[in-house]
Design a protein around this ligand. Sequence first.
Ligand code: ADP
Length: 462
Amino acid sequence: MLLVFIIVGVIPLYLFTHILLNNYMEKAVSNRFNQMQNQIIMLSNQMLPTGYLTLADVPEIDVEVNRVAEIYQGRIVVVNNNLNIVEDTYGLYDDNRYLVSKEVIQSFNGNSSRVHDKENNYLILTQPITHTTEEQKVVVGAIVMNSSTRDMESIISGLEQRAVIFSLALAIFIVIFALYFSNRLTKPLTRVVNSIDRLTEGYMDEEVSIKGYYEIEKISDSFNKMINRMQKIESTRQEFVSNVSHELKTPITSIKVLADSLLMQEDTPVELYREFLVDITEEIERENKIINDLLSLVKLNKTAGDMNISSININELLEQILKRLRPIAKKQNIEMIYESFRPVMAEVDEVKISLAISNLIENAIKYNTPEGWVRVSLNADHKYFFIKVSDSGIGIPEDVQDLIFERFYRVDKARSRESGGTGLGLAITRSVVQMHRGAIRVYSIEGEGTTFNVRIPLNYIV
Ligand code: ADP
């Protein structure tokens, strides 16, 4: 974060100053050249009528040329069309000397030239002196003028110094600012990390309350939601384990009581042995059923990857289930009605769906009244198929209708036990429906009957 602040803050500032100063220098140089050019033109205009270029001695012009050279802290060399040096303000060359340079030759073609010697800090302007008659323009000489750029350099270096000081101050400010903010931003995150670490160590009791900026508060909210959910899962798990132990213990306790009473009596009649052994076998069967149901539930809860999906004719599936259950219904004189509104093919796990629907129909028979009825109906639209299992049975009190899908929950324990229930049937059914991305609802009026509605997509959604 610190790095980002510095990159975003200091580097643009540095580039900006650099470009600005460069531009300023260019502009100043070009201005200076223009001024020099104007001065030269003025000097040439004064020279032309006097014959100065033909080596006539004109002291006023010498003075004027020296004055201009001084103003620009430089040197002026005047050359005539024989390349003869007419005047040199430094006095190094006299009339006998010639000045031949690329720039001077060029100026006789009418071109002026501007050279900025950055190493030695001066500007060189070479400008033709032109005599304009009515017919033509004639170049009669050239002026080479140097001017020192030290004054401009010193302004620039002053500005540069100020920019460096300003950048440094800004960098220090940015570092302090970045340290403060990165600390502020990361502190709440560190607390979240600590809380997560504690959670990993197994302490699930702690919620975090972190105030900071919006995102951090959201993280802390989500974190608390996660902890709540984990707490709920943990308590359900513990409850499940204690329920399982209790349920598994009940038949074993009965078996122990039955066996002990047989052992305690001497000369027990064979009939009593037989009777008790029948009871013991029943308890063993019950234990077996609980274990089987538990195993199916655990298997279901594992992963959706275990789904064995194929295209199944649901009408046939329901008919098979009803055929298997009819004899049980018949024993209690319960009428079984099956209605199908249309043929339905759907992608389902046949074994699991069959288990889920059987549980519903078995319950409708188990919790029915004598001479009652069970109606199973099948319908579909373009997306889902619907199975409805209604009965004329004892119904479920409204306040526990949400609880019946919980594992081991039974409205009337004695009745459930009598009919061989384990309290796991509806939990299994709901799991299966959810694995198929479907939904299950119960409608019931106590004493009148119950209806379970199941809705499952025709095409399996992964
Ligand atoms: P069980 O093995 O006890 O039948 P389930 O999970 O299948 O367990 O059902 C849970 C409880 O819901 C049952 O014990 C019963 O009290 C109630 N229940 C389920 N289906 C019906 C129904 N069709 N009519 C009345 N009560 C029902």
